[in-house]
Design a protein around this ligand. Structure first.
Ligand SMILES: Nc1ncnc2c1ncn2[C@@H]1O[C@H](COP(=O)(O)OP(=O)(O)OP(=O)(O)O)[C@@H](O)[C@H]1O
Length: 281
């Protein structure tokens, strides 16, 4: 792996240029089409929201973008390059993500979790980071300083030596964000970052996402909390039953009767029908 020491902010391309381009992505599981011909562009400097009722295909679409799934059809490019269907290569290319179900190393400290997140930006690989090989130790001082910066950024610097499993739930989500940022992405994908948070934590997360954007990192976020999404996002795409129903700014999406119908379970022309009510707090 190659070393990249310059912060993403300094390398960020001109705001408004396409970063991620997903074109006509289809993902089928046997007879089920979980993602149906979805196209989405995220430009530099943008915060884009992805919403939709439970089971609409949001996480599956994320998995297609980040190399966990190879789409049945369609293409995904990052800065104009096709993305290899391997999560670590996608991270290396500049896309990092968090997971709906938090995936931390629970028996490692908060700081160690962020250090693991830096492995794509250091010469030493993930295994060496976990096993603490000699090369890893050499790079540790520099990586440690960087990791502490990210912990400070998300407000967890004081908990650096705490075991991840001992953090309250909301802070575990923040730690996932710090770990993702440690790979110095150009685009951060957040899968339900406020799930399980109280309103105060949710507002703090909103501020955190704005701060991430202000550092030159574009954000694509899945979330069920509508207030959060509409406060935050430049554009919002609505998935219903695997298909993109609407995409636009907050006013456009909120005013679209097909979106209201999809969330309330009213039949909609074109197949977006009878969806169960959503937990849109
Ligand atoms: N690995 C898989 N194998 C088979 N079916 C799957 C798989 N992953 C997802 N699905 C199905 O694909 C559909 C879309 O699921 P997905 O989790 O992407 O929805 P979602 O919009 O993220 O839902 P939620 O808001 O509840 O997280 C669902 O019907 C789900 O059961």
């Amino acid at each position: 792996m190659t070393e990249t020491t310059t912060a993403t902010t300094a390398e960020a391309p001109t705001p408004g240029t396409p970063l991620l381009q997903a074109s006509n992505v289809v993902m089928r599981f046997g007879g089920l089409t979980a993602v149906n011909d979805v196209s989405l562009t995220v430009n530099t400097g943008e915060i884009i929201g992805l919403i939709g009722p439970n089971g609409a295909g949001k996480t599956t679409f994320f998995n297609c973008l980040t190399g966990l799934y190879v789409p049945t059809e369609g293409t995904v490019t990052y800065q104009g390059q096709a993305l290899p269907p391997k999560p670590h290569k996608v991270t290396q290319a500049g896309m990092a993500r968090t997971f709906q179900n938090i995936r931390l190393f629970h028996n490692m400290t908060v700081l160690e979790n962020v250090l693991v997140g830096r492995h794509t930006r250091t010469k030493e690989g993930l295994i060496s980071a976990i096993l603490r090989g000699p090369g890893y130790r050499r790079e540790e001082a520099e990586s440690r300083a960087k990791a502490m910066e990210y912990l400070d950024f998300v407000g967890l610097a004081k908990k650096a030596e705490t075991l991840a499993r001992n953090l309250p739930y909301g802070e575990q989500r923040k730690l996932e964000i710090a770990r993702a940022m440690a790979s110095e992405p150009g685009l951060l994908l957040l899968d339900e970052p406020t799930a399980g948070m109280n309103p105060q934590e949710t507002r703090a997360t909103e501020e955190l996402v704005f701060a991430i954007r202000d550092r030159g990192i574009a954000v694509l976020v899945i979330e069920h909390d509508m207030r959060f999404i509409f406060n935050l996002c430049d554009r919002v795409a609505v998935l219903v039953q695997g298909s993109k129903l609407v995409e636009g700014d907050a006013a456009t999406v909120q005013g679209d009767e097909r979106v209201v119908a999809a969330y309330l379970g009213t039949p909609v022309e074109g197949g977006a029908d009878s969806t169960t009510p959503e937990e849109n707090q």
